[in-house]
Design a protein around this ligand. Structure first.
Ligand code: HEC
Ligand code: HEC
Ligand code: HEC
Ligand code: HEC
Ligand code: HEC
Ligand code: HEC
Ligand code: HEC
Ligand code: HEC
Length: 362
């Protein structure tokens, strides 16, 4: 009964929330309802509510947070399927179940099903479009999809269990050297003192984690008093060069600067949070470059004309100058800036000099 009242009182504050409730399922479940708490299902008090997301949302990164209000005892299993494949399976124990679903690029059709004794008692559909600046196919979301700014609302229904206001401890040092010196070995403590951690922990879960994210210094890039809340300044260099001062000094003094760097677009290649590739890149270096320079992936690059019909390798061979690394576009080019033609990564003035860097005998 106590639980009943709690849910009722909270429901009143949520008039705007879409309440998804299937009468048919309720009828099916009526005789099965768990009597432990003495909850009577007749009044519709045992509604399962999907709080977030609602509607068709646009996401940038790989995880969508889902938050279900689910009266204790009403369901014994929650499943989420993404494009027909199981993405999450949870045995509910709290009156709220919050989890994340990994997103593919493009359209993700997510179905959330709550089950009781093997029967579905609640189903909701959510569509998320994961966009990407470097994949032309996924650059523009369909017109009926939009960003759903979570932090644009108060979210009182979450603050019962989560802290939604940044604390003093969220304001961390912003100098790279101070991160390295004192905080890297204290990761767990730092995560535990972050307000953001309880909801966004998955963002840091990929193998290559960016320095400030590893120590949960989210507010070094996200502004707590911006509109929309937690926006990041544009272009990216406004935030990136704030810490990477050495790179700024070095790159901006070069004769040639790479196209995306010229316009301050760092996060088009680097994830600001975490990724599956070294240097927090969205893809392996070769795939990343060929993404925008497709013709260079043909195999005929470097030696492609009268010189040779086979071309020069650009991958799958050891790089003679960078022990332990494979040959890639970055073996010959600098991804950011250079004083030499074609952004060559060496101090050479012409093709011949370039060749002799690796082929001494030629
Ligand atoms: C009754 C308490 C409670 C309420 C209310 C609640 N949460 Fe949670 N939430 C939790 C707990 C506990 C966890 C940790 C879950 C775990 O690790 O299994 C969590 C974890 C999360 C996560 C992280 C999921 C993941 O993949 O690790 C997100 C996102 C989240 N909550 C969002 C929300 C949102 C949004 C709301 C409001 C609509 C909300 N929560 C309301 C208790 C609650
Ligand atoms: C109660 C859980 C919760 C807490 C705590 C939380 N967030 Fe979020 N945040 C969300 C959810 C849910 C979204 C929607 C996107 C998603 O699915 O992950 C979101 C989205 C965002 C976005 C995208 C813009 C927007 O408003 O949708 C940013 C940026 C963000 N959070 C930053 C932060 C930072 C920084 C903190 C810590 C100071 C924080 N969040 C704390 C749940 C939370
Ligand atoms: C190095 C800068 C940087 C740091 C540090 C950082 N972020 Fe972000 N974050 C960004 C940028 C850039 C975006 C993309 C925003 C945009 O383009 O509008 C973003 C987007 C997000 C989003 C939106 C996700 C989506 O898929 O749309 C969330 C949530 C978020 N950040 C949470 C966090 C949290 C939590 C932390 C702390 C662990 C954090 N960020 C640390 C730069 C940063
Ligand atoms: C709050 C300070 C801070 C900001 C802002 C910041 N970084 Fe970093 N970054 C660091 C620290 C600290 C490291 C780790 C230091 C190291 O390992 O050399 C790092 C490392 C990196 C690395 C190298 C990773 C590796 O594996 O060696 C890349 C790439 C990077 N940052 C890109 C960016 C981009 C892109 C932005 C802007 C979106 C950005 N950083 C903004 C502090 C910052
Ligand atoms: C075209 C893609 C691309 C863009 C745009 C880009 N980077 Fe990089 N970045 C790379 C690649 C590739 C590497 C790894 C190079 C290697 O393999 O040696 C790298 C390495 C780095 C590193 C670590 C090594 C170093 O040189 O210090 C930092 C830090 C970094 N980038 C920051 C930035 C910042 C800041 C910006 C924006 C001004 C930026 N990057 C823009 C592709 C890019
Ligand atoms: C987001 C798209 C994008 C990515 C990813 C990208 N580039 Fe570029 N690149 C450009 C643009 C834009 C230009 C400028 C085009 C122009 O001026 O004709 C350019 C120009 C170049 C040039 C020509 C410079 C010159 O003066 O001749 C080289 C070399 C180059 N990129 C190498 C790379 C390498 C190596 C990578 C991978 C580390 C890479 N690019 C990744 C967009 C990209
Ligand atoms: C073995 C050294 C080497 C490797 C590896 C290499 N390049 Fe080049 N790249 C060159 C040379 C030499 C030139 C100038 C001659 C030419 O245009 O072919 C050049 C020129 C370029 C140019 C500018 C000229 C133009 O045609 O617009 C781009 C863009 C470029 N490379 C991209 C790439 C990409 C992307 C990769 C990886 C798939 C790559 N390069 C791998 C040596 C290399
Ligand atoms: C960053 C190092 C690097 C640079 C610079 C470079 N190459 Fe290569 N080159 C290689 C590697 C690695 C191979 C593959 C060797 C193997 O198959 O084991 C290769 C293979 C070749 C081959 C095929 C025959 C052979 O030795 O296997 C030719 C021809 C060649 N390079 C010519 C050139 C010319 C011409 C240039 C200058 C335009 C050049 N290379 C620049 C690294 C480089």
């Amino acid at each position: 009964m106590q639980i009943n009242l709690l849910i009722m009182s909270r429901l009143q504050g949520q008039k705007k929330k879409i309440i998804i409730f299937f009468f048919v399922s309720a009828l099916i479940v009526y005789p099965l309802f768990d009597p432990i708490f003495g909850v009577s299902p007749a009044a519709g008090d045992d509604q399962i509510i999907l709080h977030y997301p609602t509607g068709n949302v646009v996401m940038e990164f790989g995880f969508l947070s889902i938050s279900l209000e689910i009266p204790v005892g009403s369901a014994d299993l929650i499943r989420a399927d993404n494009n027909g494949k199981e993405a999450a399976r949870i045995v509910p124990d709290l009156k709220y179940e919050c989890f994340s679903v990994p997103l593919n690029l493009g359209l993700n059709k997510i179905t959330i099903t709550a089950m009781k004794s093997g029967l579905p008692i609640f189903t909701a559909h959510v569509n998320a479009f994961r966009r990407s600046d470097i994949e032309s196919l996924y650059k523009n979301p369909p017109s009926d999809f939009k960003k759903d700014y979570f932090h644009g609302k108060d979210r009182l229904e979450c603050s019962e269990c989560h802290l939604l206001v940044p604390r003093e401890s969220d304001i961390k040092p912003v100098s790279p050297s101070s991160f390295i010196a004192e905080t890297f070995d204290k990761k767990t403590v730092i995560a535990a003192t972050s307000t953001c951690y309880s909801c966004h922990n998955k963002l840091a879960s990929l193998p290559y984690v960016h320095g400030p994210v590893a120590v949960w210094s989210c507010l070094s890039c996200h502004e707590a008093d911006s509109e929309p809340k937690y926006a990041v300044k544009k272009p990216d260099t406004e935030v990136c060069f704030g810490c990477h001062t050495e790179q700024r000094r070095d790159w901006l003094s070069r004769k040639y600067i790479h196209g995306p760097v010229t316009i301050g677009n760092c996060a088009i290649c680097h994830s600001p949070h975490s990724s599956d590739y070294p240097f927090n890149l969205y893809k392996s270096t070769w795939d990343l470059c060929v993404n925008c320079h497709a013709e260079k992936g043909s195999g005929l690059h470097v030696l492609g004309d009268a010189f040779s019909t086979e071309g020069h390798p650009t991958r799958n061979k050891p790089d003679p100058l960078r022990p332990g690394k494979d040959l890639s576009c970055a073996s010959c080019h600098n991804a950011h800036a250079s004083d030499y033609p074609h952004l060559w990564a060496f101090d050479v003035e012409n093709m011949f000099e370039l060749c002799t860097k690796c082929h001494y005998d030629k």
